[in-house]
Write a protein that binds this ligand. Sequence first.
Ligand SMILES: CC(C)(COP(=O)(O)OP(=O)(O)OC[C@H]1O[C@@H](n2cnc3c(N)ncnc32)[C@H](O)[C@@H]1OP(=O)(O)O)[C@@H](O)C(=O)NCCC(=O)NCCS
Length: 172
Amino acid sequence: MTITIRTVAGTEAMALVPALADILAGCVNAGASVGFWKPMSAERAHAFWQEVMAALEPQRRVLLVAEQAGHVVGTVQVVPAPQQNQPHRGDITKMLVHPAAHGQGIGLQLLTAAETAARAIGLSLLILDTGAGTAGERLYTKGGWTRLGTIPRYALHDDLSPVDSVFFYKAL
Ligand SMILES: CC(C)(COP(=O)(O)OP(=O)(O)OC[C@H]1O[C@@H](n2cnc3c(N)ncnc32)[C@H](O)[C@@H]1OP(=O)(O)O)[C@@H](O)C(=O)NCCC(=O)NCCS
């Protein structure tokens, strides 16, 4: 099925909160280590996206969504570095594809679109981190990102077992 990827304009941002909250909670509750512990409630997921939407300005944060048959099935953000001396650098964050839509190449399309969006706002260096041994690590490797290394015990699972994080960068 065709995937469409687009940037979300500030005017429609709040309308997308329920769909994006569903994707975030779906990923967290399926075990993804993306900043939250499971079980993630709908309220917590909504609150996260409401904060993101409030900070949506082209020079501060770009939000992309992937749609399939009219439904939002994935998302990613490009966040320019706030430091004055890093005007060329940004982070890729909250790369999420709804668990029901995994394995169709949506993640790779979102990653490519995020890189294009980053270039369009003048960025030439991107960084990100992801859980070691996850689909994210495979995705960024496949996308041609450079793997810097692993930080052990960077985060914790909900049972307090450690999650190692792998850091990547890509020069655009
Ligand atoms: C990481 C994540 C975004 C990848 O999304 P995705 O849309 O499933 O990614 P892709 O489909 O591009 O690639 C995933 C796999 O599907 C395979 N695939 C891609 N297109 C395919 C197709 N048409 N048919 C079958 N498999 C396919 C890819 O080869 C890849 O396989 P691999 O994992 O063995 O390398 C998704 O797993 C996710 O949301 N995870 C939870 C959140 C998370 O951890 N995000 C990263 C935090 S930084």
